[in-house]
Every structure is written in C-alpha cells, then in structure tokens.
Write a protein that binds this ligand. Structure first.
Ligand SMILES: [Zn+2]
Length: 383
C-alpha cells in the first residue's frame, strides 16, 4: 500500500465523506474550497470560502471561528480535501466532512458553479467582521467592491469618511481637494500627518488610504471642485460625499447631484455640533432645506468658528455609514431626514426633512435648458 493510500485510509477513519448530491448550498454549513487560486478561478460551489490547502492552518481559525460549525471541504477530486478535513479535525473542528469526488463530482451531479469575478473578489479575512452583518454579507461586500464614491474635500469630514470607506472595501474612492496640508489641519484632518505638511492633501490622503487598504483604488484630483470638473466626474460615481466647508461648493454639489441623479451625503460641523443628511432620491435636496446661503460672517468655517476634531470624527463616521447603506441598499438611511448631534450635551435627534415643490434646484427638470440657465446663473451668483 502506498504512503498516500495509508494517509487516506487514516483520514477516512477520522472524518466522513459526503456525496455531492447531498450538499445543500443554502444550509448553514460552511463550504471551503481548498484548491489553488488558479483552479478556483474556473468556478466554485456557490458561497464557498476559498482557502488554498497551503494556507488552511494559518487562515481557517480567523475565517471560521466556531469549531462546532459544520464544514464541508472540497478540492478537485476529493483527495486533498480528505487530508485537509483530517487536519481540521485535529485542529478541533468537530463537524468536518470532505466532498467525495470533489468539484468534479459536484458538477457531475448537476451542481451549479459561481464564478469569482475580479470586480467582486475581495479578501474575506479583511472584511470578516462586516461580512457577519446580516444586512451586508457577501452580496453587500461585492457591491462595496464595485462601488465608486466621490469625496469632495479631504479635510475634517472627508478624512473619517475616506478612512472608513477604504477600510470597508469600497472599490474606488475619488478625492477632490485643491489644498495642501497645513499644521493647523492636523487637529481634525486625520488622513494627514505632521511629516506631510505642505504636501497636497489628496496625495497625503492617497498615502494613508493605500497603507490602510491596498485593495482600494484611490483617485486624486488636486483641483477646486468647480462646475466643469463637477460635470466631468460626478456622472462616473455612485454616491457623492459633500465634505466641503463653504456654501459655494455645497450648492454646486447639490445642483450637479440633482442634474445627474446622484445621492449626496452631506455633513457639517460647528464647534460641538454636527449634522448629517442624505439628499436626492425621493427626498429633498440641500436647497429645499437651505434655500439661501447665510451671509459670510453668519457662517464661519471650522477654522473661524472652532470645532473639536472628535466632532468631525463622529459626523464623518456617520456619513460613512450613510454611504454604505446607500451602496448596499440597507434601510434606515437619512434620505428625507437629518441627524443632528450636539456632542457637548450628548443630544442626538433625527429630524424629518420635506421636499420643497418650488425648490430652485430639484423642482427643475434635470436636463432642460431652463435648468441649465438657472444653474449657471446660480453658480455664477455664488462664486
Ligand atoms: Zn430641492
């Protein structure tokens, strides 16, 4: 008897094999594909976790923490998986079975395959905690991977938004900011560091975000967000994040989001207070709620009015939550509502916002000449 045959015999005395036609992909059982990546790329059993045999011992405990969890492991023909199942059993997994005949038997029994496309492939280990969220799961993670989010402003709000969206695995983040890092930014703009003072904020952001999650494509535009740039880049994104600190840009963002029918996740902070809202969709736009910008001296920005960095962190993290909910189709978002935070008194409120049927922005047809004329005049007046 060959050594391999002896090993397989020992494995069969320890773990059971299951037939392909008894495998139910909709059960709570974890299915592990232990083939090499080049083999898995031709298709896997739907929902399978891909952990190549050589990485099994080092990865499985992080990916399948519950050792009482039923597991079916498979390979191409059922040999590697039988030995792998024995290893899992020795590691303490109590309910491990190996798929007899492997993926070939699965296909022969009429089982379907799910193909891992590059645009939805993600590192499960990295996102393990959020994959467990019932609202998000594998489908939500794949949607995040495919998503493109435009973040206007890499400052106090743009920093936490970009950090959390990159960490969550949003596939493409495009950052627009014309400014460079100043020492006085560092108290709240946590994308940037002391050794990057003078560097373009978008470059500094790129360094930070790439270090956090190399899977994310980070586009960077060191430009002012003006009307021509807005028209060029907004259509190419799924959601727009307004992290600006001035009303000129805020109204421009609002107009362009209406023009191209994009959701805008808005945030603002002042001293200990913050607001988050989602404009667009069935809800109002920014201009429905704030038809006129306040005079300059009535609307100080962060540098003038003062703000605690942690307040921008909370507001920005809430904005990142709203973006993720929009991208994954998760209910409970702030469309038609505004969350208001007073971090000094720890007072939180959710306010309903109504659409204004006479709004200068969203009551206009998206593509009519009238709208274009009104929009350009509007932008001109505020620039
Ligand atoms: Zn409106």
């Amino acid at each position: 008897m060959s050594h391999l045959a002896k090993l397989l015999g020992q494995a069969r005395r320890t773990v059971c094999e299951v037939e392909a036609d008894t495998v139910n992909v909709n059960s709570s059982c974890v299915i592990i594909d232990c083939r090499e990546p080049e083999e898995s790329s031709s298709g896997v059993i739907p929902g399978a976790l891909c952990i190549p045999r050589g990485l099994l011992e080092s990865k499985v405990e992080r990916l399948v923490a519950d050792k009482g969890q039923p597991i079916i492991i498979y390979c191409a023909s059922g040999v590697r998986s039988l030995l792998a199942a024995k290893t899992l059993h020795e590691m303490g997994y109590a309910q491990v079975t190996s798929l007899a005949g492997g993926i070939e038997a699965w296909k022969a029994s009429g089982g379907t395959l799910s193909h891992i496309h590059e645009d939805t492939q993600f590192d499960r280990e990295r996102y393990l905690s959020q994959l467990k969220l019932p609202d998000l799961g594998e489908a939500g993670q794949a949607r995040l991977k495919r998503a493109r989010v435009l973040i206007i402003g890499a400052g106090g709000l743009g920093s936490p938004v970009a950090l959390y969206l990159a960490a969550a695995g949003v596939g493409t983040l495009t950052l627009v900011d014309h400014d460079t890092v100043d020492k006085s930014n560092l108290q709240r703009q946590i994308l940037h560091t002391s050794d990057r003072i003078g560097l373009a904020k978008v470059e500094s952001a790129w360094i930070t975000l790439r270090a956090l999650n190399p899977e994310v494509n980070v586009g960077r535009l060191q430009r002012r967000f003006d009307f021509s740039l807005a028209q060029e880049i907004v259509p190419d994104h799924d959601v727009v994040v307004d992290g600006t600190d001035n009303f000129t840009t805020r109204y421009l963002v609002n107009h362009v989001c209406h023009r191209f029918n994009k959701y805008c996740v808005h945030g603002s902070v002042y001293q200990w207070q913050g607001q988050v809202a989602v404009f667009g969709g069935e809800g109002p736009c920014y201009e429905c709620v704030f038809p006129e910008a306040p005079d300059g001296e009535m609307a100080p920005n962060c540098a003038e009015g003062g703000v605690l960095g942690a307040v921008t962190g909370i507001v920005g993290a809430a904005m990142a939550c709203e973006v993720i909910k929009l991208l994954c189709g998760i209910e409970g978002g702030l469309t038609g509502a505004m969350a208001s935070f007073d971090l000094k008194g720890m007072d939180f409120a959710r306010l309903k916002l109504d659409r204004d049927p006479r709004c200068n922005c969203c009551s206009m047809p998206r593509e009519s000449d009238v709208y274009r004329a009104a929009k350009s005049e509007h932008c001109y007046l505020r620039t």
